[in-house]
Design a protein around this ligand. Structure first.
Ligand SMILES: [Zn+2]
Length: 190
């Protein structure tokens, strides 16, 4: 269902993009064109990857567009489990504006479909990949699979692709920290 690697790499890129902004710490790791280049190098199979984003010189305009996309992706991840209709509207609007187009690909004897953009804008390719991946998760696993870490000092976003869908924390580290805090508070009040 979601095994196809380009779907999970699209999901991973969406979450990683949203988490370049850390609201609790007020940290932003997507402030320069160099940081955008690094982000794209870390996610080579998305955003038209080697084709559109990496093959051209990125500018401040690309950065501005990707930062605007980040806001949309983050809102989708935050709102999906609360108001799925609003999240769907954001996804559909983003896909429309990026001129998202499904294409059938063939390589090494394998066929697969992916959603790409028919423009030459890097942000539009990134939008097509990330928003279509989130749409696929909502359509196959449900809107509550997108969420925000329950860690009180975290607020990172996540997508839960697990079998039982019980994820509440972005990472094991956050889950562990929360269970230690709960244990301490139980023992300090008794
Ligand atoms: Zn967390």
């Amino acid at each position: 269902m979601l095994e196809a690697c380009h779907i999970s790499s699209g999901v991973e890129a969406a979450v990683d993009l949203a988490n370049t902004w850390k609201p609790v710490k007020g940290e932003d790791t997507l402030e320069t064109v160099e940081q955008l280049q690094e982000f794209l190098a870390d996610h080579p199979s998305v955003g038209g990857g080697s084709r559109t984003c990496a093959s051209r010189r990125l500018t401040r305009a690309d950065l501005t567009e990707v930062r605007a996309l980040r806001e949309t992706v983050r809102r989708v991840l935050e709102e999906s489990s609360i108001d799925a209709v609003a999240a769907a509207a954001l996804i559909n609007d983003g896909l429309r504006r990026s001129h998202a187009t499904p294409v059938l690909r063939h390589e090494d004897g394998r066929w697969w479909t992916e959603v790409t953009s028919d423009t030459d804008r890097c942000a539009a390719h990134l939008a097509a990949t990330t928003l279509s991946a989130l749409a696929r998760v909502i359509a196959t696993l449900g809107p509550t699979r997108l969420g925000v870490c329950a860690g009180p000092r975290c607020r990172a976003t996540y997508v839960d692709l697990s079998r039982n869908g019980s994820k509440q924390y972005c990472t094991r580290t956050c889950a562990h920290r929360a269970s230690v805090a709960a244990y301490r508070s139980r023992h300090s009040t008794s």
